[in-house]
Design a protein around this ligand. Structure first.
Ligand code: HXC
Length: 259
């Protein structure tokens, strides 16, 4: 894996590729460079069979404080229109393998939106989530208004986006924005534990499960159930499904091959 300017990429560990946001001097503000580096790593990880899951984390004080306000300041309407960042966000949103996040400290604006691009989120009890864009005269621009309302419901989404107030890790968990709260020292370890566990599961089933679950955001129940049924049917043609069922019958651990 090559060296990047704004992120650190650990070598793959038991199927898990770890990306660490690494602009501590700017509270991991998501400048274009940083987003393009994440997109680049994911593009490689997508085709790398040794990568079964990705873990994204920040540092102990901040996950990401949002878009880089200093960079944003130089963009006029045409600049925003031609901004390459939406394509990088799309690459994250369309990444087919599971992404687990370990969040400590601030996850604000684009940082909170990055959290919503991740599939499972573990946060330290020092984490704070918010969409403070309103204080800058703008609104969330990486899916925040759409994903937030689908994730935490109308009233709390409105509260966050209109008031710019932050919520705690416990509140975020209670509203379903994240799944677990730990002490800050354990969030990474717990996220890694989960990512490694997912990495042992049959990859095609994992991929189709993620795809089916995410479809629930954008389809009717009927069409979502149809997508689920097709995925379920397709899995009947995989070797891993035969292996999983055979291993159960023979009371042994399955050996999944992604086939
Ligand atoms: C650029 C940032 C930054 C940001 C912090 N910094 N957030 N730089 N963009 N989003 C820089 C500060 O300028 C400062 O550097 C250093 O990080 C530490 O920040 P402080 O403010 O001194 O720290 P603190 O007092 O602890 O306050 C932390 C904070 C505050 C509450 C997180 O920094 C803050 O409110 N940041 C902005 C959060 C925000 O509005 N996010 C939404 C951005 S818009 P220097 O060198 O000055 O000391 C957005 C739109 C998304 O995300 C659109 C799609 C991507």
């Amino acid at each position: 894996m090559q060296t990047y300017e704004d992120i650190l990429v650990d070598s793959v560990q038991d199927g898990v590729l770890t990306i660490r946001l690494n602009r501590p001097e700017a509270y991991n503000a998501l400048r274009t460079q940083l987003l393009s580096e994440i997109a680049d790593v994911l593009a490689q990880a997508k085709d790398d069979e040794t990568v079964k899951a990705v873990l994204i984390t920040g540092n102990d004080k901040v996950f990401a404080a949002g878009a880089d306000i200093k960079e944003m300041a130089s963009l006029d309407a045409v600049g925003v229109m031609n901004d390459p960042r939406p394509a990088h966000w799309r690459a994250i949103a369309q990444f087919p393998k599971p992404i687990v996040a370990a969040v400590n400290g601030f996850a604000l604006g684009g940082g909170c939106e990055l959290v919503m691009h991740c599939d499972i989120v573990i946060a330290g009890d020092n984490a704070q989530f918010g969409q403070p864009e309103i204080n800058l005269g703008i609104i969330p621009g990486a899916g925040g208004t759409q994903r937030l309302i689908r994730t935490i419901g109308k009233s709390m989404a409105m509260q966050l986006v209109l008031s710019g107030e932050f919520i705690s890790a416990e509140q975020a968990r209670d509203f379903g924005l994240i799944s677990e709260v730990t002490i800050p020292e354990r969030s990474f370890e717990r996220a890694m534990e989960l990512a490694k566990k997912i990495a042992t599961k049959p990859p095609i089933a994992v991929r189709l499960a993620k795809e089916s679950l995410l479809k629930a955001y954008e389809t009717t129940l009927d069409s979502g159930l149809n997508i689920e049924r097709k995925a379920f049917t397709m899995l009947a043609a995989t070797q891993d499904r035969n292996e999983g069922i055979a291993a159960f019958m023979e009371k042994r651990k399955p050996e999944f091959k992604g086939k």
